[in-house]
Design a protein around this ligand. Structure first.
Ligand SMILES: NC(=O)c1ccc[n+]([C@@H]2O[C@H](COP(=O)([O-])OP(=O)(O)OC[C@H]3O[C@@H](n4cnc5c(N)ncnc54)[C@H](O)[C@@H]3O)[C@@H](O)[C@H]2O)c1
Length: 438
């Protein structure tokens, strides 16, 4: 099929590339000329495992092209995916300004039979709004569908190529058939292709993310309680996870959820509820709990220095909002950096992939280390914020030698407290009593 993908970010680039890889002819369109120029040269503007090779293979055979030219991208497309950003506006509701700009710019060039598909996460009623707007702009009823994206950054290719389900929201069986045919190569293991109304499909995406965020905030809240009750959250996690009604997924406590989806989607769903006169008590609590949790490490570190951070040398491992991505949008590390810099600490940071993005924000206000171990030289404590694989089995003796004091604030519970105690570290984790170095 001939496909246009509008918005070549984390979702659009992965979507376009995977659809090209299954034999379609895909044109990725973006208004960011610099991004498109880099992609045309074979440079990948984001870090996503496996993406570089897949882009190279499909551009080489001409199935995947990048452009800023709306007419060239849209004119011949049978399916147009909308994958632009939908960030939160001041009141938490999704800001759809980029999406409406796209609709206005593509309307005149759409094939009458083209199917326009929202992949961006959009509030319930957006498909209906697009149908109305395109009717005005084109003078005809256009075929509009919802197909929310469920990929996870860091595993995006695998998620797209082997989805546990594909959800589409359509008004007619023929549009469902177009999308069923498109996704057939990815659903060969009989995972479901779920057809529903656009409204249910749009809601499904928000409810999925809000429920996952709820699990995280709940576990973080009880983890903080465990610390004060001398209980161990990992034991509790194991104790509840074997209950088949609960399961183990998303039960790890930490420093709060970040990224471009959970924080904004929880707020957007709450805004939808408020808009309909409902009070989103649980969603509000999930969001507020998360904001507090993002400050937990900073508070513990400040307390350990008697509230005085000025001049303290603090190392941070992990800046991306999760491992295997360079994405720092709403990342807990940013909250921690803000807290430490506000206290005039001297902060040295290291992340395997996200350094450039952090440097673009903080410039010379931070010290950037080229490897995890060097970040520790002279540090009075280490904060671990992202659970990159590299951090799971470090050389603890080397760490202790480099640090001015062997003190770790682990926001991801990577190590055994007993083991750290035996090694002479003072070790603070989430949801467990701290151990003081021997
Ligand atoms: N990132 C994720 O893990 C993820 C997962 C599922 C769903 N989503 C949703 O997908 C959507 C996109 O997210 P993302 O992370 O890929 O965003 P992103 O910010 O990485 O990419 C958006 C892209 O759209 C481009 N753009 C903006 N206006 C445009 C216009 N008028 N014409 C063409 N291009 C335009 C931007 O230049 C940018 O390259 C959001 O709604 C998000 O909630 C994201």
């Amino acid at each position: 099929m001939r496909i246009a993908v509008v918005g070549t970010g984390y979702v659009g680039l992965v979507t376009g590339t995977c659809l090209a890889d299954s034999g379609n002819r895909v044109t990725c369109l973006d208004i960011n000329a610099d991004k498109i120029a880099r992609l045309q040269k074979g440079e990948i503007p984001i870090y996503e495992p496996g993406l570089q090779g897949l882009v190279a293979r499909n551009t080489a055979v001409g199935r995947l092209v990048f452009t800023t030219d709306t007419v060239a991208a849209i004119g011949s497309a049978e399916i147009v995916f909308l994958a632009v950003g939908t960030p939160p506006s001041a009141d938490g509701a999704a800001d759809l300004s980029a999406l409406w700009k796209v609709i206005d710019s593509i309307a005149a060039h759409l094939d009458p039979l083209a199917v326009i598909v929202t992949k961006s996460t959009v509030p319930v009623g957006t498909c209906a709004g697009i149908e109305k707007r395109l009717l005005v702009l084109t003078g005809r009823a256009c075929r509009v569908a919802s197909n929310p994206e469920v990929l996870k950054e860091g595993a995006a290719i695998e998620d797209f190529q082997k989805p546990d389900r594909v959800v589409v929201g359509v008004r007619s069986a023929d549009v469902a058939d177009v999308l069923r045919n498109l996704y057939a190569p990815f659903l060969r293991t009989e995972n479901p292709f779920l057809v529903m109304s656009p409204e249910s499909s749009e809601m499904t995406k928000y409810v999925a993310n809000a429920l996952l965020a709820t699990k995280i905030s709940f576990m973080n809240e009880v983890a903080n309680l465990c610390e004060r009750m001398e209980a161990d959250i990992d034991d509790v996690r194991r104790g509840i996870g074997h209950d088949s009604r609960i399961g183990f997924a998303f039960l790890f406590p930490g420093v709060g959820y970040g990224g471009s989806c959970f924080p904004k989607d929880v707020q957007a769903l709450a805004a939808m509820a408020r808009d309909k006169g409902l009070v989103p008590r649980m969603l509000n609590a999930v969001h507020e709990t998360n904001i507090l949790q993002k400050h937990i490490l900073g508070q513990k570190i400040a307390a350990s220095f008697g509230g005085h951070l000025a001049g303290r040398k603090i190392a941070i491992w992990g800046l991306a909002f999760k491992p295997r991505t360079d994405d720092i949008r709403d990342a807990p590390a940013i909250d921690l950096i803000e807290q430490l810099l506000a206290g005039a600490a001297q902060v040295t940071v290291y992340d395997p992939e996200a350094m450039a993005n952090v440097r673009a924000i903080y410039g010379n206000r931070l010290i950037y280390s080229t490897c995890a171990m060097d970040a520790l030289n002279g540090a009075e404590c280490l904060a671990i914020v992202t659970e990159w694989g590299d951090f799971h089995h470090p050389d603890f003796d080397d760490m202790a030698r480099r640090m001015a004091a062997p003190v770790i604030f682990d926001g991801r519970n990577l190590y055994s407290p007993a083991d750290m105690h035996a090694r002479g570290f003072t070790y603070h984790s989430i949801g467990k009593s701290p151990v003081i170095g021997s």
